[in-house]
Design a protein around this ligand. Structure first.
Ligand code: PEP
Ligand code: MN
Length: 336
């Protein structure tokens, strides 16, 4: 399953041009066209979406190009407007997914509509992972939405522009029956990283992807840096490759987790060095020597206590302290 289209529906022309170009590039490969009309933006001073007007453009995409369409909903009012407009798939974004009451209200609104409208077009509800790395909350949301009787699809979009494989792995193991898609656009925030991340779809046996595509990414009113052009899709989606690599799937998931942890380890050490450098400047300005034995001793005692509890869990305390000694020695060298 591939869900392609712009972050936001901005104008009728932008929506129709992007959809038309995507249809040309994808040829016989089926895809769902996405565009957000209500945008949960961080700042109230940025583009907030076209609102209900944008739903008319999505209807035009359905009618003129025969594509199924998806849009984001965050409130029961959004659900009512989107379902009245005949939207095929609703998606719940990462910010809304962090709030179980909001997800429940959306599920209730969908259920109400199922009884009200007999020929509901709705084919699926897509739930992104919450902005915080909480697998249990994501699983809880899946359950809340399953009660609507509409098929549920999970989307792993990571946290803070980073993948969160341990969370996705936990959800995959708990609910192998729920399709899981990758959102490389929000996962990286960077169009250049999208092709590399897409390799994970096959490597991890995922069920497809949601990718942000804009006819002119530079001019996009939201998420400009991460949207790709329609013509780039043929390099990003492995056309014709439908079979996942089933051998070693579990190993691939575990390796993805290790890669993620290595990256975090690196980033944490780099961040620590940066703070240590600032401390070094402060010490120089105040005539304080880099090594303060009392402070050093305090840290060693604290880490020893921590290592002892970790050792109970099977971790080698000496090894942990040796790593810290190495990092600390490098910090001191930097402050000299
Ligand atoms: C989006 O898909 O445009 C979006 C807002 O995504 P997320 O909820 O993952 O940030
Ligand atoms: Mn977006």
């Amino acid at each position: 399953m591939y869900i392609l289209g712009p972050c936001s529906a901005e104008t009728r022309e932008q929506v129709l041009v992007t959809a038309r170009q995507l249809k040309e590039v994808c040829g016989a490969m089926p895809f769902i066209f996405r565009a957000g009309v209500w945008k949960p933006r961080t700042s109230p001073h940025t583009y907030q979406g076209a609102g209900e007007e944008g739903l008319k453009w999505l209807q035009e995409v359905q009618q003129t190009l025969g594509l199924a369409v998806a849009t984001e909903v965050a409130t029961p009012e959004h659900v009512a407007a989107a379902l009245k407009a005949g939207v095929d798939y609703l998606w719940i974004g990462a910010r809304t997914s962090a709030n179980p009451l909001a997800v429940q209200a959306i599920a209730d609104a969908i259920l109400d509509f199922r009884f009200l409208i007999f020929d509901l077009r709705l084919k699926g509800v897509i739930i992104k992972n919450p902005v915080n790395a909480d697998a249990q909350l994501w699983l809880g949301n899946i359950e809340r939405l399953e009660r609507t009787g509409v098929p549920v699809i999970a989307v792993h979009r990571g946290c803070n522009h980073q993948p969160c494989w341990h969370m996705a792995h936990e959800v995959r193991l708990a609910r192998p029956d729920i399709p899981m898609l990758l959102d490389p656009s929000h996962m990286s925030g960077d169009a250049a990283q999208v092709p590399m991340l897409m390799g994970k779809v096959r490597e991890l046996g995922l069920d497809g992807a949601m990718v942000e595509v804009h006819c002119d990414p530079k001019s996009a009113l939201s998420d400009s840096a991460q949207q790709v052009k329609p013509e780039e899709i043929s390099e990003i989606i492995p056309f014709g490759v439908t079979r996942p690599l089933l051998d070693g799937l579990e190993l691939n998931w575990l390796r993805a987790e290790i890669d993620e942890l290595d990256e975090r380890l690196w980033d944490t050490i780099a961040a620590r060095m940066e703070v240590s450098e600032r401390i070094g400047r402060w010490k120089k300005a105040h005539g304080v020597a880099p090594l303060q034995p009392e402070r050093y001793q305090q840290i060693v005692e604290k880490l020893k206590a921590k290592s002892a509890t970790m050792q109970e869990g099977g971790l080698d305390a000496d090894f942990m302290l040796r790593i810290w000694e190495l990092i600390h020695a490098q910090s001191l060298k930097q402050q000299e």
